[in-house]
Design a protein. Structure first.
Length: 194
């Protein structure tokens, strides 16, 4: 008779903490690499923006090819036509971004502006709706929404020059913050007693 062993959240947390402690050097190295890449993106945002555009183009192209293979492999499955169209759209979008990366960068910048506007508004609405449940913390959500709207405004005010710097700069900032977080986590895990 096989016995099932349940793992408690505390056991999982301990295992995760031990793993991070044991491999803190890898997390530190990854964090340093992310910070360096982020700083490079901040220093040369046009190149970073084009790199992101080309990377997304390749992802969409490979995703479209994989989608076509999967769709034709399971052509008897329901939704064949929709699956085929989805794969073709991904494939076409990837080809367009790879053939015309500068125009793709412009399009991605517009998408970024739209994202900041919509996310900012929705975050503020969410904060106001849940201010009773999030007492003492809902103001942070409002601030996050306002920052999104300010970022959208800065990019819009900087158009058309913003096409050259916005995407690369924001990706760079994100990489620096993500890398810094990993460095802090790795250094804390290194000294954490087991």
């Amino acid at each position: 008779m096989a016995s099932t062993q349940s793992t408690s959240p505390k056991d999982l947390s301990t295992a995760l903490g031990r793993s991070i402690h044991d491999h803190w050097g890898l997390f530190l190295a990854e964090g340093i690499i992310l910070v360096l890449l982020g700083l490079a993106a901040i220093l040369v945002p046009p190149i970073a923006g084009l790199t992101v555009t080309i990377f997304i183009g390749w992802m969409l192209l490979f995703g479209g090819v994989a989608g076509l293979i999967a769709t034709f492999w399971g052509r008897q499955a329901p939704g064949f036509t929709w699956s085929l169209l989805s794969a073709l759209v991904a494939l076409a979008a990837g080809v367009v971004l790879l053939l015309w990366p500068i125009q793709g960068l412009v399009t991605l910048t517009y998408v970024l502006i739209a994202y900041f506007i919509v996310d900012g508004i929705l975050t503020i609405i969410l904060a106001v709706e849940h201010r009773r449940q999030l007492s003492g913390r809902w103001e942070w959500l409002v601030l996050s929404g306002i920052i999104d709207l300010i970022l959208a405004g800065i990019i819009i005010a900087g158009l058309p020059e913003a096409f050259a710097w916005a995407l690369g700069l924001l990706v760079g900032i994100d990489l620096v913050f993500g890398g810094t977080s990993l460095i802090a986590m790795a250094l804390a895990a290194r000294t954490r007693p087991l």
